[in-house]
Design a protein around this ligand. Sequence first.
Ligand code: 1GP
Length: 244
Amino acid sequence: MEPGPVERLLRDEAPCHLSLLDPIDVPPDRVPEALDPLVDAGTTAVMVGGSTAHGSLVEAVVEAVKERYDIPVILFPNGPEGLAPNADAVFFMSMLNSRNTYYLIEAQVKGAIPVREFGLEAIPTGYLVVGSWGTTVSVVGDAKVIPYDKPELIVAYATAAEFLGMRFVYLEAGSGAPEPVPPEVVSAVKENTNVFLIVGGGVRDPETAEELVKAGADAVVTGNALERDPNVAADIARAVRTAP
Ligand code: 1GP
């Protein structure tokens, strides 16, 4: 499967900033206040999804984004119920370090045919939960979380993902994580693999985002900060897009 237009755009635009909307926290009527500053700041694409987001609400938020902006929308699904036909693409992810076969392959089997029927561009992505246990994603996904002081293990997972044909790896600290992924972990993965590297979770300020890009992140995700203060999120987006 060749890269599609959204994947090519991300590669051309890197370093990318990705604005994550969780439809539970940002319903359709709140999309303008959350996203206007981010779009003005040059965010590259919008991700829609969350640990408990589901069908019709996801679709309504995608619709609200599509109506207002000319920007790619990529689904970030918690499972097949996180899919919507009106998005452009989907991070088609396996949670590499889940103990639960549902998040490794069963959710993907349930979602594969709808993704094809909806005509969504599937972006093959290895999703790795790192840092410490207790974040929502680690609990919901039953993750064997890899601590930051084991960068060699994180590199091994990312390399396995690459060898399995996943072109993207998403290092996930968890939404609202106390500690975002450290730059040393990002650079270890970047130096030892050939994947498009997304980093997210707990990035609350432009300085941290810039450090992550300097360390080799191809994309930095903002979720919580966008819901809390869209202007701070916009500063993060600018820092990513202009990082040296
Ligand atoms: C969560 O990586 C994302 O899946 C974003 O995390 O909400 O902490 O920005 P934050």
